[in-house]
Ligand binder design. Structure first.
Ligand SMILES: Cc1ncc(COP(=O)(O)O)c(C=O)c1O
Length: 382
């Protein structure tokens, strides 16, 4: 049986989610915009899911706009800025964002907007005072990742958002990796926008949402219809939305238990790797980090070689972000933390999640030990 340790790339569907989606595909075939009973049934399921998502994040359902995932939500917030500002103003972001923020930010820069990319320290953490200093009077938006997809490092977002709101700034948070693994509550975190994705919390791929606080300006994400309060035209992905809702209600109910069980698996893995594999280093803060994520440098071992050997032996992990696989450029997140390109290339992301068993962790440790030794002995060290 394979050992899937790449839950930050995507997660398997929970059986409850699959059940809800299967029922929805079969039964809720009406178009939610239609005025008959079939349409009303589909619409009622979309709205019930909106409530489940809203409850998970601590917001009124009217703030939730369903999207095709977090990339779309991130693009909507950043590209919406362009529509409003005509290329003027300043965007403050960081050097460790997901490409669905870095690439729209580069487009804004090209259109004339000033873009400030804040550095992180060796632990992968932002300095809140540096964020406040960068967010001067001309700043239209501060857009920051909460929990990093590659390292799992969790930024001190409560402190950052409090300081930014005291200065009257608009804030967008990419919470894609945080939801389901860390408490996310927009009731206490006063951000204007928050992005998330269903497939990172055992929901379906291609569904997510943008949460926009009442009064926060929003441009239509897709023009062309009345759906999502005219913000995203197009017939809704009813089954996907239903699955997202179910995944969120499970996540909300199980958060405490999940945090404890994922942390126990992650810590067992780290202890075992330290005992059985020599010359390894953990990348990023070990205290301000997601409960499920470990980013490890296997000194001198090319990450791509180890990744492929692990895959052949039945263990799935990731080198850098999954969206970058196939690329040999070192992770921009790790190099922003001060790792050399060689150190970054020797690093792997290992992320646990639902369904991972202790015995699989123990097996994975032995496989890592064997393969790292084999690669080192074979002299393919970089
Ligand atoms: C932090 C972060 N933001 C955004 C995304 C994009 O999410 P989606 O796959 O739903 O577009 C990801 C997915 O890898 C992510 O980890």
């Amino acid at each position: 049986m394979r050992i899937y340790l790449d839950h930050n790339a995507t997660t398997p569907l929970r059986a409850e989610v699959l059940g809800a989606m299967t029922e929805s595909l079969a039964e809720h075939y009406g178009n939610p915009s239609s005025g008959h009973a079939e349409g009303a049934l589909a619409l009622s399921r979309v709205e019930a899911a909106r409530q489940e998502v809203a409850d998970c994040i601590g917001v009124p359902p009217g703030w939730v706009y369903f999207t095709g995932g977090a990339s779309e939500a991130n693009n909507a917030v950043l590209m919406g800025l362009l529509a409003k500002s005509d290329g003027r103003g300043r965007l403050v972001t960081s050097c460790v964002e997901h490409p669905s923020v870095t690439e729209p930010a580069a487009r804004l820069e090209k259109a004339g907007m000033e873009v400030v990319r804040l550095p992180v320290d060796r632990d992968g953490l932002l300095d809140p005072e540096a964020v406040f200093a960068a967010a001067d009077g001309n700043t239209s938006l501060v857009s920051l990742i909460w929990a990093n997809n590659e390292t799992g490092v969790v930024q001190p977002m409560e402190e950052i958002v409090e300081g930014l709101k005291a200065r009257g700034k608009r804030v967008h948070v990419d919470a894609t990796q945080a939801i389901g693994k860390y408490p996310v509550d927009m009731g206490t975190l006063a951000v204007d926008y928050l992005s998330c994705s269903a497939h990172k919390l055992n929901g379906p791929k291609g569904t997510g949402c943008l949460v926009a606080r009442e009064g926060a300006p929003l441009s239509p994400l897709i023009a062309g219809g009345p759906q999502e309060r005219r913000m995203r035209g197009g017939t809704e992905n009813v089954a996907g939305i239903v699955g997202f809702g179910r995944a969120c209600s499970l996540a909300a109910k199980e958060l405490t238990e999940r945090m404890a069980s994922y942390a126990a698996l992650r810590d067992r893995l780290w202890l075992g790797l330290q005992e059985r594999v020599g010359r390894i280093r953990r990348n990023g803060s070990s205290s301000r980090v997601l409960v499920n994520t470990l980013n490890v440098e296997f000194v001198g071992v090319p990450g791509e070689v180890l990744l492929q050997a692990l895959d052949i032996e039945g263990v799935a992990v990731s080198a850098g972000a999954a969206c970058h696989s196939g690329s040999i450029s070192p992770s921009h997140v790790l190099t922003a933390m001060g790792l050399s390109p060689e150190e970054a290339r020797s690093s792997l992301r290992i992320s646990v999640g639902h369904g991972v068993q202790e015995a699989q962790i123990d097996d994975a440790i032995e496989i890592f030990a064997r393969l790292v030794n084999r690669v080192r002995r074979a002299g393919v060290e970089q």
